[in-house]
Design a binder for this molecule. Sequence first.
Ligand code: GSH
Length: 216
Amino acid sequence: MAPLKVHGSPMSTATQRVLVCLYEKDLDFEFVPVNMGTGDHKKEPFISRNPFGQVPAFEDGDLTLFESRAITQYIAHTNADKGTQLLIMEDPIPKKMAIMSVWMEVEAHQFDRSTSKLAWEVVFKPMFGMTTDTAAVSEEEAKLNKILDVYEARLAQSKYIGGDSFSLADMHHLPNLGYLMETPYKSYFESRPHVSAWCKDILARPAWAKVKAMKA
Ligand SMILES: N[C@@H](CCC(=O)N[C@@H](CS)C(=O)NCC(=O)O)C(=O)O
């Protein structure tokens, strides 16, 4: 069988989401670096793999996918018997799976939206010699605080965000969390005891250490 291939950049949060999944699942894969500095994600051959010109893209034989969360779900379902079980199943009625899906959506539409903007303003813009937009930052700080209040309440009831065990819902947070924990926003997470314990737990996963090593 053709090896799994990830086309992307180790600095990209969406690429990291797929990489951490492959490491959790203990799968062999080929990483194909895409040079975003020279705009290779907007050109052929990459643009045929993702017409939106964003990393990552993923290949499993003749199947090509983009959208990091769709890729992780594919990997988790097709490799359910390997590595970490990243799905929360409950037969015959998948109520726990539905709750995990709710929190995957929360990550994508609440957490990611806010933390990606903050990471762009305070991590990436300075890295690229650009000026941080302080008004945008203040607006996003207020949003993140509200989101984390919801997380604190959820994590007081549930050890992991999606349920009783570590799942895709937690794993999807790692890339943005990883960047923000290297900024003063660390205190937003650490000042909330349940959020803080959760962050410590999921950031310590060996699969995440392997992704961080690829950035170095
Ligand atoms: N929803 C997409 C987002 C992909 C995305 O935004 N990728 C960023 C890097 S993290 C990118 O390629 N940015 C370059 C651009 O948008 O031109 C996913 O989860 O895969």
